[in-house]
Design a protein around this ligand. Structure first.
Ligand SMILES: NC(=O)c1ccc[n+]([C@@H]2O[C@H](COP(=O)([O-])OP(=O)(O)OC[C@H]3O[C@@H](n4cnc5c(N)ncnc54)[C@H](O)[C@@H]3O)[C@@H](O)[C@H]2O)c1
Length: 273
Protein backbone atom coordinates (compact mmCIF):
# COMPACT_ATOMS: atom_id res chain seq x y z
CA UNK A 1 0.00 0.00 0.00
CA UNK A 2 3.01 2.28 -0.55
CA UNK A 3 1.07 4.29 -3.15
CA UNK A 4 -2.13 4.79 -1.15
CA UNK A 5 -3.36 8.33 -1.75
CA UNK A 6 -1.41 8.66 -5.01
CA UNK A 7 -3.26 9.37 -8.24
CA UNK A 8 -2.10 7.62 -11.40
CA UNK A 9 -3.14 7.61 -15.07
CA UNK A 10 -2.35 4.68 -17.35
CA UNK A 11 -3.15 4.99 -21.06
CA UNK A 12 -3.65 1.87 -23.15
CA UNK A 13 -4.89 0.06 -20.05
CA UNK A 14 -7.67 -2.10 -21.49
CA UNK A 15 -5.20 -4.95 -22.04
CA UNK A 16 -1.55 -5.91 -22.39
CA UNK A 17 1.25 -3.94 -20.80
CA UNK A 18 -0.98 -1.05 -19.70
CA UNK A 19 -3.38 -3.38 -17.88
CA UNK A 20 -0.51 -5.11 -16.06
CA UNK A 21 0.85 -1.74 -14.93
CA UNK A 22 -2.57 -0.52 -13.77
CA UNK A 23 -3.19 -3.65 -11.68
CA UNK A 24 0.24 -3.44 -10.00
CA UNK A 25 -0.31 0.25 -9.20
CA UNK A 26 -3.64 -0.84 -7.68
CA UNK A 27 -1.88 -3.53 -5.65
CA UNK A 28 0.30 -0.75 -4.22
CA UNK A 29 -2.89 1.14 -3.24
CA UNK A 30 -3.00 3.87 -5.91
CA UNK A 31 -6.09 5.43 -7.43
CA UNK A 32 -5.69 4.61 -11.11
CA UNK A 33 -7.47 6.25 -14.04
CA UNK A 34 -7.35 3.56 -16.72
CA UNK A 35 -7.68 4.89 -20.26
CA UNK A 36 -8.39 3.32 -23.66
CA UNK A 37 -11.01 3.75 -26.36
CA UNK A 38 -13.46 0.96 -25.48
CA UNK A 39 -15.49 1.14 -22.30
CA UNK A 40 -16.15 -2.61 -21.93
CA UNK A 41 -12.60 -4.00 -21.46
CA UNK A 42 -11.68 -0.87 -19.49
CA UNK A 43 -14.36 -1.62 -16.91
CA UNK A 44 -12.68 -5.01 -16.37
CA UNK A 45 -9.29 -3.35 -15.82
CA UNK A 46 -10.80 -0.83 -13.39
CA UNK A 47 -12.45 -3.66 -11.45
CA UNK A 48 -9.14 -5.55 -11.34
CA UNK A 49 -7.36 -2.46 -9.97
CA UNK A 50 -9.98 -2.10 -7.23
CA UNK A 51 -9.89 -5.81 -6.43
CA UNK A 52 -6.08 -5.58 -6.11
CA UNK A 53 -6.43 -2.94 -3.38
CA UNK A 54 -6.49 0.37 -5.23
CA UNK A 55 -9.27 2.43 -6.77
CA UNK A 56 -9.82 1.82 -10.48
CA UNK A 57 -11.60 4.47 -12.55
CA UNK A 58 -12.31 3.77 -16.23
CA UNK A 59 -12.19 6.65 -18.72
CA UNK A 60 -12.91 5.90 -22.37
CA UNK A 61 -10.77 8.27 -24.44
CA UNK A 62 -8.82 8.28 -27.69
CA UNK A 63 -5.38 9.70 -26.92
CA UNK A 64 -4.87 10.51 -30.60
CA UNK A 65 -7.53 13.19 -30.08
CA UNK A 66 -5.96 16.12 -28.20
CA UNK A 67 -9.38 17.33 -27.02
CA UNK A 68 -10.09 13.98 -25.37
CA UNK A 69 -6.69 14.00 -23.66
CA UNK A 70 -7.35 17.52 -22.37
CA UNK A 71 -10.77 16.43 -21.08
CA UNK A 72 -9.20 13.46 -19.30
CA UNK A 73 -6.80 15.65 -17.32
CA UNK A 74 -9.53 18.27 -16.69
CA UNK A 75 -11.63 15.53 -15.13
CA UNK A 76 -8.73 14.34 -12.93
CA UNK A 77 -8.08 17.95 -11.85
CA UNK A 78 -11.77 18.31 -10.88
CA UNK A 79 -11.96 14.98 -9.05
CA UNK A 80 -8.49 14.73 -7.45
CA UNK A 81 -6.86 18.16 -7.73
CA UNK A 82 -3.55 16.58 -8.76
CA UNK A 83 -1.88 13.71 -10.55
CA UNK A 84 1.24 11.90 -9.29
CA UNK A 85 1.99 9.23 -11.89
CA UNK A 86 1.39 9.22 -15.67
CA UNK A 87 2.14 6.05 -17.66
CA UNK A 88 1.86 6.10 -21.45
CA UNK A 89 1.24 2.62 -22.84
CA UNK A 90 -1.34 3.24 -25.59
CA UNK A 91 -0.21 1.45 -28.71
CA UNK A 92 -1.55 0.20 -32.03
CA UNK A 93 -0.29 -3.38 -32.10
CA UNK A 94 -3.33 -4.88 -33.86
CA UNK A 95 -2.29 -3.03 -37.01
CA UNK A 96 1.40 -3.44 -36.40
CA UNK A 97 1.04 -7.21 -36.37
CA UNK A 98 0.31 -7.10 -40.09
CA UNK A 99 3.21 -4.76 -40.76
CA UNK A 100 6.07 -6.63 -39.17
CA UNK A 101 6.73 -8.95 -42.05
CA UNK A 102 6.47 -6.31 -44.80
CA UNK A 103 9.08 -3.78 -45.98
CA UNK A 104 8.32 -0.13 -45.27
CA UNK A 105 7.70 0.85 -48.91
CA UNK A 106 4.76 -1.56 -49.09
CA UNK A 107 3.07 -0.13 -45.99
CA UNK A 108 0.53 2.70 -45.85
CA UNK A 109 2.28 5.97 -45.01
CA UNK A 110 -0.26 6.38 -42.21
CA UNK A 111 1.53 3.60 -40.31
CA UNK A 112 4.20 6.17 -39.48
CA UNK A 113 1.64 8.56 -38.02
CA UNK A 114 -0.04 5.80 -36.06
CA UNK A 115 3.16 4.63 -34.37
CA UNK A 116 4.68 8.04 -33.77
CA UNK A 117 1.31 9.64 -33.03
CA UNK A 118 0.36 7.11 -30.39
CA UNK A 119 3.75 6.15 -29.03
CA UNK A 120 5.42 9.53 -29.03
CA UNK A 121 3.05 12.44 -29.70
CA UNK A 122 0.33 11.25 -27.32
CA UNK A 123 2.91 10.97 -24.52
CA UNK A 124 3.98 14.55 -25.25
CA UNK A 125 0.39 15.82 -25.19
CA UNK A 126 -0.30 13.97 -21.92
CA UNK A 127 2.75 15.63 -20.36
CA UNK A 128 1.57 19.07 -21.52
CA UNK A 129 -1.70 18.57 -19.64
CA UNK A 130 -0.35 16.65 -16.66
CA UNK A 131 2.66 18.75 -15.63
CA UNK A 132 0.81 21.93 -14.54
CA UNK A 133 -1.30 19.88 -12.09
CA UNK A 134 1.38 17.39 -11.12
CA UNK A 135 2.68 17.03 -7.58
CA UNK A 136 6.32 18.08 -7.07
CA UNK A 137 7.41 14.46 -6.73
CA UNK A 138 5.62 13.34 -9.87
CA UNK A 139 6.57 10.52 -12.21
CA UNK A 140 6.06 10.16 -15.96
CA UNK A 141 6.79 6.84 -17.69
CA UNK A 142 6.70 6.13 -21.42
CA UNK A 143 6.59 2.45 -22.32
CA UNK A 144 9.17 2.04 -25.04
CA UNK A 145 11.21 -0.80 -26.45
CA UNK A 146 14.59 -1.65 -27.91
CA UNK A 147 12.88 -0.96 -31.23
CA UNK A 148 15.81 -1.90 -33.43
CA UNK A 149 14.99 -5.56 -32.68
CA UNK A 150 11.69 -5.22 -34.52
CA UNK A 151 11.96 -5.20 -38.33
CA UNK A 152 9.73 -2.16 -38.84
CA UNK A 153 10.99 1.31 -39.70
CA UNK A 154 8.14 3.26 -38.04
CA UNK A 155 8.39 1.19 -34.86
CA UNK A 156 12.15 1.63 -34.55
CA UNK A 157 12.05 5.36 -35.26
CA UNK A 158 9.03 5.81 -32.96
CA UNK A 159 10.76 4.10 -30.04
CA UNK A 160 13.94 6.11 -30.56
CA UNK A 161 11.80 9.27 -30.64
CA UNK A 162 10.05 8.25 -27.40
CA UNK A 163 13.39 7.71 -25.68
CA UNK A 164 14.56 11.14 -26.82
CA UNK A 165 11.27 12.75 -25.77
CA UNK A 166 11.80 11.34 -22.28
CA UNK A 167 15.32 12.76 -22.08
CA UNK A 168 14.10 16.22 -23.17
CA UNK A 169 11.09 16.26 -20.81
CA UNK A 170 13.34 15.17 -17.94
CA UNK A 171 15.74 18.05 -18.52
CA UNK A 172 12.93 20.59 -18.17
CA UNK A 173 11.13 18.82 -15.32
CA UNK A 174 14.02 17.98 -13.00
CA UNK A 175 13.86 21.37 -11.27
CA UNK A 176 10.15 20.75 -10.55
CA UNK A 177 11.01 17.41 -8.93
CA UNK A 178 9.21 15.42 -11.63
CA UNK A 179 11.09 12.32 -12.86
CA UNK A 180 10.64 10.94 -16.37
CA UNK A 181 11.66 7.49 -17.61
CA UNK A 182 11.54 5.44 -20.76
CA UNK A 183 10.82 1.87 -19.79
CA UNK A 184 11.82 -1.09 -21.95
CA UNK A 185 10.18 -4.40 -21.11
CA UNK A 186 11.55 -7.63 -22.52
CA UNK A 187 9.20 -9.69 -24.61
CA UNK A 188 5.79 -9.47 -22.87
CA UNK A 189 3.15 -12.20 -22.90
CA UNK A 190 0.33 -9.88 -23.95
CA UNK A 191 -2.89 -10.83 -25.71
CA UNK A 192 -1.36 -9.38 -28.89
CA UNK A 193 1.75 -11.51 -28.65
CA UNK A 194 -0.12 -14.69 -27.80
CA UNK A 195 -2.52 -14.15 -30.71
CA UNK A 196 0.46 -13.90 -33.07
CA UNK A 197 2.06 -17.07 -31.68
CA UNK A 198 1.81 -20.61 -33.02
CA UNK A 199 1.59 -23.72 -30.82
CA UNK A 200 4.18 -26.37 -31.72
CA UNK A 201 3.57 -30.13 -31.60
CA UNK A 202 5.29 -30.27 -28.19
CA UNK A 203 2.98 -27.59 -26.78
CA UNK A 204 5.28 -24.56 -26.92
CA UNK A 205 3.96 -21.21 -28.08
CA UNK A 206 6.41 -19.71 -30.55
CA UNK A 207 6.67 -16.61 -32.71
CA UNK A 208 7.76 -17.12 -36.30
CA UNK A 209 10.21 -14.57 -37.68
CA UNK A 210 10.16 -13.63 -41.38
CA UNK A 211 13.62 -15.21 -41.80
CA UNK A 212 12.40 -18.61 -40.54
CA UNK A 213 13.69 -18.37 -36.97
CA UNK A 214 11.36 -18.99 -34.02
CA UNK A 215 11.16 -17.55 -30.52
CA UNK A 216 9.67 -19.36 -27.50
CA UNK A 217 6.95 -17.09 -26.11
CA UNK A 218 6.61 -19.09 -22.88
CA UNK A 219 9.83 -17.50 -21.67
CA UNK A 220 8.41 -13.99 -22.01
CA UNK A 221 7.57 -11.83 -18.99
CA UNK A 222 3.97 -11.21 -17.90
CA UNK A 223 2.47 -7.69 -18.07
CA UNK A 224 2.56 -7.63 -14.24
CA UNK A 225 6.37 -7.69 -14.31
CA UNK A 226 6.59 -4.27 -15.98
CA UNK A 227 3.86 -3.14 -13.56
CA UNK A 228 6.18 -4.02 -10.68
CA UNK A 229 8.93 -2.05 -12.40
CA UNK A 230 6.67 1.03 -12.49
CA UNK A 231 5.78 0.60 -8.80
CA UNK A 232 9.51 0.32 -8.08
CA UNK A 233 10.15 3.65 -9.81
CA UNK A 234 7.10 5.25 -8.16
CA UNK A 235 8.28 4.29 -4.66
CA UNK A 236 11.99 5.04 -5.17
CA UNK A 237 12.86 8.25 -3.26
CA UNK A 238 16.12 8.57 -5.22
CA UNK A 239 14.61 8.25 -8.71
CA UNK A 240 15.23 11.89 -9.67
CA UNK A 241 18.97 11.13 -9.81
CA UNK A 242 18.32 8.85 -12.80
CA UNK A 243 15.64 10.95 -14.53
CA UNK A 244 15.71 11.00 -18.32
CA UNK A 245 17.17 7.53 -18.64
CA UNK A 246 16.04 4.39 -20.39
CA UNK A 247 15.36 1.68 -17.81
CA UNK A 248 14.81 -2.00 -18.53
CA UNK A 249 12.44 -4.16 -16.52
CA UNK A 250 15.28 -6.66 -15.97
CA UNK A 251 17.60 -4.02 -14.46
CA UNK A 252 14.81 -2.60 -12.29
CA UNK A 253 13.98 -6.10 -11.00
CA UNK A 254 17.60 -6.41 -9.87
CA UNK A 255 17.61 -2.93 -8.31
CA UNK A 256 14.27 -3.14 -6.51
CA UNK A 257 14.29 -6.90 -5.82
CA UNK A 258 11.04 -7.98 -7.47
CA UNK A 259 10.17 -11.04 -9.55
CA UNK A 260 7.46 -11.93 -12.04
CA UNK A 261 4.22 -13.40 -10.67
CA UNK A 262 5.62 -16.95 -10.80
CA UNK A 263 8.49 -15.94 -8.49
CA UNK A 264 11.09 -16.01 -11.29
CA UNK A 265 12.88 -13.33 -13.26
CA UNK A 266 12.40 -13.59 -17.03
CA UNK A 267 15.49 -13.91 -19.23
CA UNK A 268 17.27 -10.67 -20.12
CA UNK A 269 17.71 -11.88 -23.69
CA UNK A 270 16.04 -14.53 -25.79
CA UNK A 271 17.54 -17.24 -27.94
CA UNK A 272 15.93 -17.13 -31.35
CA UNK A 273 16.45 -20.59 -32.83
N1 LIG B 1 4.09 -6.87 -26.04
C1 LIG B 1 5.42 -6.86 -26.05
O1 LIG B 1 6.09 -7.91 -26.15
C2 LIG B 1 6.15 -5.55 -25.93
C3 LIG B 1 7.55 -5.57 -25.87
C4 LIG B 1 8.23 -4.36 -25.76
C5 LIG B 1 7.53 -3.17 -25.70
N2 LIG B 1 6.17 -3.18 -25.76
C6 LIG B 1 5.49 -1.90 -25.73
O2 LIG B 1 4.41 -1.91 -24.79
C7 LIG B 1 3.45 -0.93 -25.20
C8 LIG B 1 2.07 -1.53 -25.14
O3 LIG B 1 2.06 -2.68 -25.98
P1 LIG B 1 1.02 -3.86 -25.77
O4 LIG B 1 1.69 -5.09 -26.30
O5 LIG B 1 0.48 -3.84 -24.40
O6 LIG B 1 -0.13 -3.43 -26.81
P2 LIG B 1 -1.69 -3.81 -26.80
O7 LIG B 1 -2.17 -3.68 -28.18
O8 LIG B 1 -1.92 -5.11 -26.11
O9 LIG B 1 -2.36 -2.69 -25.90
C9 LIG B 1 -2.44 -1.39 -26.40
C10 LIG B 1 -3.46 -0.63 -25.59
O10 LIG B 1 -3.58 0.69 -26.15
C11 LIG B 1 -4.96 0.96 -26.38
N3 LIG B 1 -5.09 1.95 -27.45
C12 LIG B 1 -4.84 1.77 -28.76
N4 LIG B 1 -5.09 2.91 -29.44
C13 LIG B 1 -5.49 3.82 -28.53
C14 LIG B 1 -5.90 5.18 -28.61
N5 LIG B 1 -5.91 5.82 -29.78
N6 LIG B 1 -6.27 5.82 -27.49
C15 LIG B 1 -6.26 5.17 -26.29
N7 LIG B 1 -5.88 3.89 -26.14
C16 LIG B 1 -5.50 3.22 -27.26
C17 LIG B 1 -5.57 -0.39 -26.69
O11 LIG B 1 -6.97 -0.39 -26.56
C18 LIG B 1 -4.86 -1.24 -25.64
O12 LIG B 1 -5.48 -1.06 -24.38
C19 LIG B 1 3.88 -0.46 -26.60
O13 LIG B 1 4.57 0.76 -26.47
C20 LIG B 1 4.84 -1.55 -27.05
O14 LIG B 1 5.79 -1.09 -27.98
C21 LIG B 1 5.45 -4.34 -25.87
Amino acid sequence: MELKGKVAVVTGASRGVGKGIAVELGTAGATVYVVARSAGPLAETAAAVTEAGGVGIAVAADVLDDGQTAALFDRIADEQGTVDIVVNSAFCSPDLAGWLTRPFWELPIGSWDQVLGLGTRAAYVAAVHAVPMMSDSGLIVAVSSPGEQVPNVSYSVGKAATDRLVAELATQLKLRGVAVFSLWPGLVRTEFLLAAARTTSDGHQVLDFPDGRVLDVNLAETPRFIGRAVVGLATDPARLERTGSVETTAALAERYGFTDIDGNRPPTSYEVG
